[in-house]
Every structure is written in structure tokens, then in C-alpha cells.
Design a protein around this ligand. Structure first.
Ligand SMILES: Cc1cc2nc3c(=O)[nH]c(=O)nc-3n(C[C@H](O)[C@H](O)[C@H](O)COP(=O)(O)O)c2cc1C
Length: 208
């Protein structure tokens, strides 16, 4: 058992407000991207790519779009959920050192991806594993990472020039942080609590 791995898993947080400014040194960036690229993937298809976005103008345009999606979600909430949501930040796009757009290419690996014949989503699962590796490696490096999903795929695809068919899966805010919170923001702000593990574990059949 590696206590270090469990420690990193426990310390990992979704970061929005704690970005400290400053850069991620190239060798550190290569290490965390290398961890992402070492993820398992269906049929070894490695369907991910990483678009590194440092340009402040691109980031400002993305943040504006995210803000409009945030407002649309806020408007859908009943009043008491809305006042809770109003206190919660959902991104640190401009405060982070850079954005990493992680993409999924369903064509990668050719027409017969071993293991994806019955479950098309297995390609997307693989991309999410790369993201989780990146997240844990960033945490191990003392960096912070925040996943942003308040966007329309076509808007982000256009913003960073993705080829037709390649889907953006996440905009990740990555960079040095002042600290990592002990508790998830959504718990601290009373949005939602973690379920007990026992409620998530079933024996033999669902519900037992
Ligand atoms: C698929 C996915 C999408 C997410 N999208 C957002 C987002 O748009 N904005 C945000 O602030 N956090 C986002 N998060 C982070 C979650 O809110 C966060 O993981 C959760 O509240 C638990 O907190 P923790 O990651 O600090 O443990 C996303 C996480 C995942 C896995």
C-alpha cells in the first residue's frame, strides 16, 4: 500500500478561488501531462489530446461564455438553492497559470477499437481517466486544478479550433495555489454533502 497515493487522493480538491498566480515550470507541466498520458484506455486507443491555453484574450472570451452558462443555470434554480449557488465560484479561468482543454477523438484507434464495440462511451471513460491522472499528479506536485464544465461544446471547440468530430471534455484550470481547501467547496457552502460509502456499496444485487 502506498500511503502517499492515498494522501494525494485525500488532498485533491477542485480549485476555483485559491490560484496564486505565477507559472507552471515546463518540466513540471510535462510531468503532469505525462501522468495523464499514462492513463489506461480502451483498446489502448489513447483518444485524448491536451490544448494548452495561456492567451488571456482566449481565456477572457471563454470566461464570458462560462459566466452566461452560470447565469442560465442560476435562473433555473428555486430561490433557496439559488441563494446557496450564488455564493459558489465555478471557475478560476483567468487566475490560473493556464487552461488545459482535454479533448476526445472518437476516430482515434481506427474503426475497430478493441473493447469499444458494445460500449461506445468507453472512449470517453478513457479520456476521463487521463483527466483524473492529471488531477492527482497536479496535487502531488503541489499545484491546484479546477474542472470547468459550464460551457457549450461547440463554443469551446470553435474557440480552440478543434477539428470536426473532436469533442472537448473539460477545461482544466491549472496552476500554483495558496492552499488546498480541506473540504470540497460544494460541502463548505451547503450545496451537497458526500454520501456515506456504505450507501454506495451493494452486495450481489442493487439495494442489498
Ligand atoms: C465532470 C466534472 C465536471 C465539473 N464541473 C465543474 C465546474 O464546471 N465548475 C466547478 O467549479 N467545479 C466543477 N467540478 C468539480 C466538482 O464540483 C467537485 O469535484 C466536487 O464538488 C467535489 O469537490 P472536490 O473535487 O474538491 O472533492 C466538476 C467535476 C467533474 C468531475
Amino acid at each position: 500500500m502506498s500511503a502517499d497515493l492515498y494522501d494525494v487522493i485525500a488532498r485533491r480538491r477542485d480549485v476555483r478561488a485559491e490560484f496564486a498566480g505565477g507559472e507552471v515550470p515546463d518540466e513540471q507541466l510535462v510531468r503532469v501531462l505525462g501522468a495523464a498520458h499514462a492513463a489506461p484506455s480502451v483498446g489502448h486507443s489513447q483518444p485524448w489530446d491536451f490544448v494548452l491555453v495561456r492567451d488571456q484574450d482566449t481565456r477572457a472570451r471563454f470566461q464570458e461564455h462560462v459566466e452566461s452558462e452560470r447565469s442560465a443555470f442560476a435562473a433555473s434554480l428555486p430561490p433557496e438553492r439559488r441563494s446557496t449557488f450564488d455564493r459558489i465560484r465555478v471557475e478560476g479561468i483567468r487566475d490560473a497559470a493556464l487552461g488545459v482543454v482535454v479533448t476526445y477523438d472518437p476516430e482515434r484507434g481506427g474503426p475497430q477499437v478493441l473493447g469499444r464495440h458494445a460500449i461506445d462511451d468507453a472512449g470517453l471513460y478513457s479520456t476521463c481517466l487521463a483527466i483524473q491522472n492529471l488531477w492527482l499528479a497536479a496535487t502531488a506536485e503541489g499545484l491546484g486544478l479546477g474542472w470547468v464544465s459550464f460551457y457549450r461544446e461547440e463554443v469551446l471547440a470553435d474557440l480552440v479550433g478543434l477539428p470536426a468530430g473532436v469533442r472537448p471534455v473539460a477545461w482544466l484550470c491549472l496552476g500554483p495555489v495558496t492552499r488546498l481547501q480541506d473540504e470540497p467547496d460544494l460541502e463548505r457552502h451547503g450545496w451537497r454533502q458526500r454520501r456515506p460509502l456504505a450507501a454506495a456499496v451493494h452486495h450481489e444485487r442493487w439495494g442489498s
